[in-house]
Design a protein around this ligand. Structure first.
Ligand code: GCO
Ligand code: MN
Ligand code: MN
Length: 390
């Protein structure tokens, strides 16, 4: 045990579908047996996790009777209690059953949309019963291959209708539950609607209850789109909409790899942890730190628990490195904000007078442009902190 070993105070969570993933892929069968949800909870607790998240069908198989459901839920709750684990987030599987082949809330057939809503209502009940405070919406199949099948505006409107309906439901039931929307650009569909966190942030601003809805950005998904995950998360934080986060790793331009957090692009992972922890002085994120990732298909169950511990340790290692980086006097000096008490008041809060002063401003653009900004030094310092030599 060292300072980087996870404890429940670190707020780390895993999905049942993550450590429980048997390693099936489009080209090959499962390489690991399917463990019972209660077994997964016990092992996660042993690894130092705080929470476990689930889709409805990770716990209650599709089509189970009410009696079977209640037995499974009771057994699961008892195990959570024994292990001191919580369920911070729950979600609905709206992608596995063939009925969802054309999407769920955005499908063209109203019977599919009705089934998706009905399934989500039941799944919200399950989540609330297990104590979840966050409900994630990942529109796995809310997209197209054949784009001519509907006007994309119709898909957006249908998604809005579903979210508005479900917000009202939660309010009507007086549940202490918020929604978090998770974007993904593609996979399993060729194109998924509202493909980035930015798209989701805009959709939220058009909802009937925007205050109840935030985002659940995922490292892999923003990377698949070739975008900066750190910037997406920062925009969500700035908008006070970072309700949840899916941590993993991904190479740009590949299929959704869902790799162990920090196992690709350590620098982005460092900058992400720095942002989430507020070591540079910004407001930190205080929600669950969820790993939505899978162990390599090469692993047996020892490898899976190695993967789980590794994910959490890497986060804590990066948190320590980020704190040291931001405490480094040379770094502080390099990132210190330039001040200009005469100019700064002109830059905020329009008035005709300020516009006039700006028009009359005498500024030697070439002299300003000649200054070197020393970002090479700053970036090298980051690398040296990351590699543990400073
Ligand atoms: C994926 C998604 C999912 C969701 C999960 C919870 O690419 O498969 O990331 O893992 O996060 O369905 O909503
Ligand atoms: Mn995810
Ligand atoms: Mn994913």
């Amino acid at each position: 045990m060292d300072a980087y070993d996870p404890t429940p105070a670190d707020r780390f969570s895993f999905g049942l579908w993550t450590v429980g993933n048997p390693g099936r892929d489009p080209f090959g069968e499962a390489v690991r047996p399917v463990l019972k949800p209660t077994e997964l909870v016990k092992k996660l607790a042993e690894c130092g996790a705080w929470g476990v998240n689930l889709h409805d069908n990770d716990l209650v198989p599709f089509g189970a009777s009410a009696k079977e459901r209640d037995t499974l839920v009771a057994e699961f709750k008892a195990t959570l209690e024994d292990c001191g684990m919580v369920v911070p987030m729950a979600t609905t599987n709206l992608f596995s059953h063939p009925i969802f082949k054309d999407g769920a809330f955005t499908a063209n057939n109203p019977r599919v949309r009705a089934f998706a809503l009905k399934k989500t209502l039941a799944s919200i009940e399950l989540g609330v019963e297990l104590g979840a405070k966050i409900y994630v919406f990942w529109g796995g199949r809310e997209g197209v291959e054949c784009d001519a099948c509907r006007d994309p505006r119709t898909a957006i409107a249908r998604m809005r209708d579903a979210l508005d309906f479900l917000c009202e439901y939660v309010k009507d039931r007086r549940y202490d539950l918020v929604f978090a929307l998770e974007a993904k650009p593609n996979e399993p569909r060729s194109d998924i609607y509202m493909p980035t966190t930015g798209h989701m942030l805009h959709l939220i601003s058009t909802l009937a209850h925007p205050e109840m809805v935030g985002v659940n950005p995922e490292v892999a998904h923003e990377n698949m789109a070739g975008l900066s995950f750190v910037h997406a998360v920062a925009q969500a934080m700035e908008a006070k909409k970072l309700f949840h986060i899916d941590l993993n790793a991904q190479k740009i331009g590949r299929y959704d790899q869902d790799l162990r957090f920090g196992s690709e692009d350590l620098k982005q992972a460092f900058l992400l942890v720095r942002l989430l922890e507020g070591t540079a002085g910004g407001e930190p994120y205080r929600g669950p730190l969820h790993f939505d990732s899978h162990a390599y298909r090469t692993e047996d169950f020892d490898g899976v628990w190695e993967f789980a511990r590794g994910s959490m340790r890497t986060y804590k290692l990066l948190k320590a490195r980020a704190a040291e980086f931001d405490a480094d006097p040379e770094v502080r000096q390099l990132v210190a904000e330039k001040r200009d008490p005469k100019l700064e008041p002109l830059l905020r809060g329009f008035s005709r007078d300020k516009a006039k002063q700006l028009a009359a401003l005498e500024l030697d653009a070439s002299a300003v442009a000649r200054e070197g900004l020393r970002y090479e030094r700053l970036d090298q310092l980051l690398t040296e902190h990351l590699l543990g030599v400073r």
